[in-house]
Write a protein that binds this ligand. Structure first.
Ligand SMILES: Nc1ncnc2c1ncn2[C@@H]1O[C@H](COP(=O)(O)OP(=O)(O)O)[C@@H](O)[C@H]1O
Ligand SMILES: [Mg+2]
Length: 631
């Protein structure tokens, strides 16, 4: 009995530790394990959809599989070879140098082959993984592009960005490492187990005694580590959201002198993140030594039992324990424990990759609600005649924004929409290009219902200049031509036509001047002129303009006014103008109130009617006069 005292001590220590960890596990209540959202798709179904992307690269995966077997066999063969060398050296009566030498050469060869294999595997996997993911990313983006305005405005932009970047990355990791490692680990565990049993099953039994504890510790650790990880993630997200919002709003914060208050808020968030990070380090700090201790204990037990067996020189079923056996087992133990420890983590990662896949596929499963009808037609040329027939439209069900709007625009005419903010002017303009589908009524282009026209074909004929001009980061030129090919001459001509040339000429780099994010290094008026040039160069048959209300300096205003007058001659023009003087020459002026047309006619007719338009006009006219007098 005394003989086995050391083993009892080791057992007692491990027992006490396990007890303590289990207690901690039971005491800490945790929310039900979750991926942060409800999973609906089955793993198998997700795998099937992912495999569609992997299928073209099956050959690469076969190569990787073969190479993986090489590295599995290295893991199993190397301890055997080394113990063999040990056995030869220990031989009674000396050993032959050559015997050792060729074994060393064999060892070195499998090592090199396995290393080269690992390299090849990494390269092939990375390449394939990236290809798969770039296809997936592309599909996701194309799909997002096909969604309607209404659908897009329901999903936060940040979420879409995460889907296309982070989530695809998680899946890419699954293809590039996780799956292969998972399979490799299973092979290594099985292979090492067989090899150990073959060499000495008594010692194998001893090693196996540690396995339940490794599993137990790993499971407990995973609970704590995931908890800590979640806290760190939440803290980081919290700070990121706070930062992105407050950095964009920094000007307002400074204007209102709120810096100190902001600092306090930020500090508390920062403190929370710091605590979370510290918690995570603590969890790892406990776990690593504990598992290492298990490993060391098993090695000690091996030395203890092994040397006892070797001294007794007992033979059971033809298996003897000698120095070589101990060496082999010493090496096998770590090769056995590591993959077991990793398996749990890899299963978890696989689960989160599936979760990412589900999130992406959920987006990709959203059916675009503004789509071409099966027999939609292509329109090569249009005249530009537009008609609304009793159009009813609501952004949200039941809240009618347009209530039975009907009007007719002759080809090449200019029609202006006038009305208070929120009366539905912008809405009418966006319905014509089918940014949204209407609920009741008909919109006709050249007498054809726009639902029967291919969307791409429809939009090609329209030049839309929206209320808030969006400039992309790039250059002035890239913002005018967008992705099409236009030579410099065409660009200059367009700029000249809309009077944008004056300010562009003054820029140090002219057309190549840098445009920063959202064009915030340009004034509102300049942005408007650029959007005019962008529209004109694409030669639309119907020009749609939602004039910005932003304050524009008098000089730019004159330029805009002039280019507006020119654009009225391009083709059909639908315009929302806030300065009524702009639209005096419009062929028809439609006055809206609360989603209904209250008056229409030309400037003089409407003035004669002395209705809403007359009121608005006199109000603006008097203001102008007052301003002029003051000036
Ligand atoms: N994307 C949207 N989702 C929901 N309601 C909207 C949306 N855009 C506009 N609305 C609502 O529709 C009405 C008309 O808006 P809009 O056409 O922009 O008016 P206007 O351009 O005449 O100022 C407003 O009451 C506005 O609140
Ligand atoms: Mg508007």
């Amino acid at each position: 009995m005394m003989d086995y005292l050391p083993l009892l001590i080791v057992g007692a220590i491990i027992g006490v530790l396990s007890g303590a960890l289990i207690l901690a596990y039971a005491l800490v209540k945790d929310k039900k394990e979750s991926m942060g959202f409800e999973r609906n798709m089955k793993d198998g179904e997700l795998m099937k959809r992912l495999l569609v992307y992997a299928k073209p690269y099956w050959l690469s995966f076969v190569i990787v599989g073969l190479v993986m077997l090489l590295s599995v066999s290295y893991n199993i063969l190397s301890p055997i070879l080394i113990s063999d060398i040990e056995r030869i050296i220990q031989q009674k009566g000396g050993f032959r140098y050559n015997d050792v030498l060729w074994r060393v050469i064999v060892y070195a060869s499998i090592l090199i082959v396995s290393l080269v294999g690992t390299y090849v595997q990494a390269i092939v996997l990375q390449k394939t993984g990236q290809k798969i993911i770039s296809k997936l990313r592309e599909d996701a983006f194309t799909h997002i592009e096909s969604l309607s305005h209404a659908q897009l405005s329901k999903i936060p932009v940040g979420k879409l960005v995460t889907r296309v970047t982070n989530d695809t990355n998680a899946i890419s990791m699954m293809f590039t490492g996780m799956l292969v490692n998972l399979i490799k680990n299973i092979f290594v565990i099985l292979g090492v187990l067989v090899a150990m049993l073959f060499i000495n099953y008594m010692l194998t039994l001893m090693v196996m005694c540690f396995v339940p504890f490794i599993v137990l510790f790993t499971v407990i650790f995973r609970k704590f580590s995931r908890r800590a990880y979640r806290q760190v993630k939440n803290g980081t997200t919290d700070i990121n959201t706070y930062l992105s919002e407050h950095l964009s709003g920094m000007k307002i914060i400074q204007i209102f002198n709120r810096e100190e208050r902001q600092m306090e808020e930020f500090e508390s968030k920062n403190e929370k993140l710091y605590r979370a990070e510290r918690g995570q380090i603590f969890v790892f700090g406990i776990f690593r030594p504990v598992v290492y201790m298990l490993y060391i204990s098993s090695v000690l037990c091996l030395f203890f039992l092994g040397s006892k067996g070797a001294l007794d020189n007992r033979e059971i079923l033809g298996q003897i324990v000698d120095g070589a056996t101990i060496v082999a087992f010493y090496m096998f133990i770590s090769r056995f424990f590591n993959p077991i420890q990793n398996l749990a983590e890899q299963f978890h990662r696989l689960q989160s990759a599936f979760a990412s896949a589900e999130k992406i596929f959920t987006i990709m499963d959203i059916q675009p609600d503004v789509v071409d009808e099966p027999d939609a037609i292509e329109l090569e040329q249009i005249r530009g005649e537009i008609e609304f027939k009793d159009v009813w439209f609501a952004y949200n069900e039941g809240e009618w924004v347009l209530k039975g709007v009907s009007f007719h625009v002759n080809a090449k005419d200019t029609v202006a929409f006038v009305g208070a903010t929120g009366s539905g002017k912008t809405t009418i303009l966006s319905l014509i290009c089918r940014n949204y589908d209407i609920q009741k009524g008909e919109i006709l282009l050249d007498g054809i219902n726009i639902r029967r026209i291919k969307i791409s074909s429809l939009r090609r004929h329209f030049g839309q200049m929206l209320q808030d001009v969006f400039l992309f980061a790039g250059t002035v030129r890239s913002n005018i031509v967008l992705r099409d090919d236009f030579d410099d001459e065409a660009v200059t001509e367009a700029c000249k036509y809309v009077n944008a040339d004056k300010f562009i000429d003054r820029l140090p780099n002219g057309l190549d001047e840098e445009v920063r994010e959202r064009g915030n290094n340009f004034s509102a008026g300049q942005r408007q002129l650029l959007s005019f040039a962008r529209t004109i160069i694409h030669r639309p048959e119907v020009v749609i303009l939602d004039e910005a209300t932003a304050n524009i300096d008098t000089e730019t205003e004159v330029l805009i006014q002039d280019s507006l007058n020119k654009m009225m001659n391009i083709g059909t023009m639908l315009i929302v103008a806030h300065r009524l003087s702009t639209i005096q020459h419009a062929d028809n002026i439609i006055v809206l109130s609360d989603g209904e047309i209250v008056e229409q006619g030309n400037h003089h007719e409407l003035l004669r009617q002395k209705g809403r338009y007359y009121e608005l006009y006199t109000l603006q006219f008097n203001k102008e006069q007052l301003r002029k007098k003051q000036a």
